[in-house]
Design a protein around this ligand. Structure first.
Ligand code: GDP
Length: 459
């Protein structure tokens, strides 16, 4: 891929207003970083909601919206104006112009928020998996329209699968945008009905009530998105937070600056001559210009030539930063998305066997020993086989219910052993949370997701 990495120009991503000293630690007007993933059934209004929010926050030029209004009117698709804001980015991403994971940024009072994976596409689930493995918090969008919420929620709908997947990856903070409230005349009763039904399911799925906030809104009219609601039919019974308030109230994760360096490469770009640069998120630790780092799984050393954050040169990158790095002393042919730059003395484990505690979804066939799967982790995937079923576990306590079960049925929790066709870089979840999440897919669907409990073992 040619050309240098850049963020989409249409979105004025908040420039890093961090001022760093040589230690890289003094940050003057520092805002917490939050990675947010948007989930929900197709057509729930995810793209419209986020597109409209970005527009309200001034991240989309008036000109762009006017252009979409004009084009959509011609096609008789006026209602898609705001969704196009996100879709265009996705299109650019498909053409390989922007980064593989579309990063859209905006600011709340206390946070720099990065939206993971512009949604609204058919291939949303695979995209979502990449995003989910990096998310700190989730916004679940449901359609309040009569019959539509039910379609998304009942068997076959994506609402449950997404919410389960996210929870099984250890993400606990959830906002629920009860969208399209304009279609039910801002009915308090309808909002209450959805809140009760979904709330019960979320509780059973392991979300704490105090970690879940429901917000009535309309992505199309823009009501209750960036500012508190004006609509009198809503304000007569609702006085709670708007969508932005909920996003602002999510707790940022602890950024593990003192842990060993782990930078997961999400993309590699060739620049002029023999040079190249990589982009990715510093999950833990820090790196400075001049540092020698280990590239895993290759186990080879490279040196940091320069670091950029939001296109500005920096002497240092810290845990939580999404950065671009140029490397020297390394052959670009040997580096790819999924590689990890690490501390030379304390590198990330490279393993072709792992044990994981997983949640099995609503699968058609139980998982048996020898089941062929694709293991997704970070932004990569690898073919694998479920080589042992170690135990079936209690959903809430995690205690062993049955050792060495013959099969693992749908909607159960289990401990399994997985053998990979090639070694990958992965951490035990309790060591480095961010790098210990995995998902299993088979025949085009996600069958299980969970956390790595052991690597490099033989039994
Ligand atoms: P996604 O698949 O979840 O990203 O959904 P889209 O954002 O593409 O929206 C699907 C359809 O629902 C489009 O026709 C939107 O205009 C419509 N829509 C989205 N939000 C609202 C809303 O708040 N009210 C109404 N009435 N329609 C909406």
């Amino acid at each position: 891929r040619l050309g240098s990495p850049r963020l989409d120009r249409k979105f004025n991503s908040p420039k890093s207003n961090k001022v760093r000293d040589d230690q890289g630690l003094s940050t003057s007007i520092h805002k917490d970083q939050l990675y947010l993933i948007i989930i929900g059934h197709v057509d729930a209004g995810k793209s419209t909601l986020m597109g409209h929010l970005l527009y309200k926050l001034g991240h989309v030029q008036q000109r762009t919206i006017q252009k979409y209004e004009h084009e959509s009117r011609k096609l008789g698709k006026q209602s898609f104006v705001y969704a196009w804001v996100l879709d265009e980015t996705a299109e650019e991403r498909n053409r390989g112009i922007t980064m593989d994971v579309g990063h859209l940024k905006f600011e709340t009072k206390t946070k720099d928020v990065t939206l993971l994976d512009a949604p609204g596409h058919k291939d949303f689930i695979p995209n979502m998996i990449t995003g989910a493995s990096q998310a700190d918090a989730t916004m679940l969008v449901v359609d309040a329209t009569k019959g539509e919420f039910e379609t998304g929620f009942d068997s076959g709908g994506q609402t449950r699968e997404h919410a389960l997947l996210i929870r099984s990856l250890g993400i606990t903070q959830l906002g629920v945008a009860v969208n399209k409230m304009d279609t039910v005349n801002w009915s308090e009763e309808r909002f209450g009905e959805i809140k009760t039904k979904l709330g019960l399911f979320l509780k059973q799925a392991g979300y704490k009530e105090s970690d879940v906030t429901f917000v009535p809104c309309s992505g199309l009219s823009g009501e209750n998105l960036a500012t508190k609601a004006n609509e009198s039919l809503l304000t007569c019974w609702y006085n709670g937070p708007c969508l932005m308030d909920v996003i602002d109230s999510f707790k940022p994760p602890e950024r593990a600056i003192s842990k060993p360096l782990r930078l997961c490469i999400s993309d590699v770009f060739k620049s002029s001559g023999s040079g190249f640069s990589i982009v990715g998120r510093v999950e833990t630790g820090q790196l400075r210009v001049g540092d020698k780092v280990l590239v895993q799984p290759q186990g080879e050393v490279a040196q940091i030539k320069s670091i950029e954050i939001d296109e500005l040169p920096q002497p240092i990158g810290l845990a939580g930063d999404f950065i671009s790095v140029s490397l020297t002393g390394y052959d670009a042919q040997n580096i790819y998305s999924g590689c990890v730059l690490c501390d030379i003395l304390l590198p990330i484990p490279v393993t072709s066997v792992l044990e994981a505690r997983v949640v099995v979804f609503n699968v058609d066939f139980p998982i048996v020993r020898g089941h062929q799967v694709v293991l997704h982790y970070q932004s990569s995937s690898e073919s694998a086989v479920v080589s042992r079923l170690l135990a079936e576990l209690n959903k809430s306590t995690g205690e062993v219910i049955k050792k060495n079960p013959r099969m693992i049925k749908k909607n159960t929790h289990a401990l399994i052993k997985i053998n990979l066709s090639r070694p990958i870089c992965v951490e035990v979840y309790s060591d480095i949370r961010q790098l210990g999440r995995v998902m299993l897919r088979s025949a085009g669907t996600t069958i299980a997701a969970g956390l790595v409990t052991k690597v490099n073992f033989n039994k």
